[in-house]
Design a binder for this molecule. Structure first.
Ligand SMILES: Cc1ncc(COP(=O)(O)O)c(C=O)c1O
Length: 345
């Protein structure tokens, strides 16, 4: 069988000086920059889709949604995970194993996440050969645990359900403290690389894809990386762009991936001064709008996509003609297949 030769990530940069001008690249990414790895380079560049049937819009107001469920790992968190891994490599805290080096000889990415960030780390770790350990409560959905395991991650799901995500964070801290050199803990709630992924990626893409017409950006908050980074970029392009945060209506809500900020620990990357307005959405309305996205727009997304779209429709209803409201559809509906809300009519 013929073997296919691949270029190792850390191979020396090709000698381009000898190439004829017609094919010499104008700029060359450093060969050691992991951001040029084929899988990481496939993250982002998602379509910006106009929504016309999910709800009523006043004349002259447009609603556009960034289809983040089309990322290779099925969610917007691919962007943040990729940038946090690349940043860890830049800072010398994480290494890509060289050919022939066993994965056990390089630091392991560790995190307490049962959701999209965990799946993104597992996917990126698999493609770069970096080991990944994910700690989560025992009641995490079997589909998610299986996805992470099938991507090669070590899943520790022994945190008692009653200890929840706080218990998982505690266990990660203990594991890292017991063996500090062995692990890279990106801590997405306090990691500026999370925000940066959206400043360089999501925000820049929305500005370009909307032809500079965006007037409002609407997004829910988990770590707040999406809202902070994207808003920062859009406001830098046009300071009158309004940044609107979506919040669940109670601490016990079903909008997975999002946080009720008033009742939880604040991420240190959250900067209130960037937010112009907060729109509150109930779980029931998020469910209903998620179903409408599927049935009326053909967009099969998760619950936070429904919450974001419901809030964007509220903003649109009181917006001036000429407004262009942009929101994000953070993940795929297939992550919630076994949820019962799909059945309600
Ligand atoms: C489904 C979903 N929606 C929204 C968010 C919020 O994104 P961010 O962490 O960038 O605030 C997340 C974060 O994990 C998520 O998984």
């Amino acid at each position: 069988m013929q073997s296919i030769e691949t270029t190792p990530l850390h191979a020396a940069a090709p000698q381009t000086a000898t190439l004829p001008d017609t094919i010499r690249p104008e700029t060359t990414l450093p060969a050691a920059d992991v951001r040029s790895h084929p899988l990481l380079a496939a993250i982002g560049h998602t379509p910006l889709i106009e929504l016309t049937r999910v709800g009523d819009l006043p004349g002259g107001v447009r609603l556009l949604a960034k289809a983040e469920f089309m990322n290779p790992g099925g969610s917007i968190k691919d962007r943040a995970a990729a940038e946090m891994v690349a940043d860890g490599i830049d800072r010398g805290l994480l290494t890509v194993p060289s050919p022939g080096q066993a994965p056990a000889e390089v630091p392991t990415i560790i995190d307490a996440t049962s959701g999209n960030t965990g799946i993104a780390f597992a996917m990126i770790g698999a493609s770069l050969g970096i080991p990944v350990t994910l700690v989560m409560p025992e009641n995490t959905s079997p589909e998610r645990k299986a996805t992470m395991r099938h991507l090669g991650a070590t899943v520790i799901d022994t945190v008692p359900a009653e200890d929840g995500s706080d218990g998982a964070f505690e266990m990660v801290r203990e594991i890292v403290a017991a063996n500090p050199g062995r692990y890279f803990y990106p801590d997405q709630y306090d990691n500026p690389a999370n925000t940066r992924a959206h400043e360089w990626g999501t925000g820049a893409e929305i500005w370009q894809q909307s032809g500079g017409t965006v007037t409002h950006f609407v997004a829910s908050m988990g770590t707040s990386g999406t809202l902070m980074g994207t808003s920062r970029r859009l406001k830098r392009e046009n300071s009158s762009v309004r940044s609107i945060a979506v919040q669940p209506d109670s601490p016990l809500h079903g909008i997975e991936g999002t946080k009720h900020m008033a009742s939880t620990i604040r991420p240190s990357i959250l900067d209130d001064s960037i937010i112009d307005e907060v729109v509150v959405v109930s779980t029931a309305r998020a469910y209903e709008t998620t179903r409408r996205l599927a049935l009326r727009e053909g967009l099969f997304c998760g619950i936070s996509s429904g919450a974001n779209t419901a809030a964007a429709l509220d903003v649109a209803r009181r917006a001036e003609p000429g407004s262009v409201i942009v929101t994000v559809l953070p993940d795929t509906g297939s992550r919630y297949l076994s949820d019962h809300f799909w059945e309600a009519r």
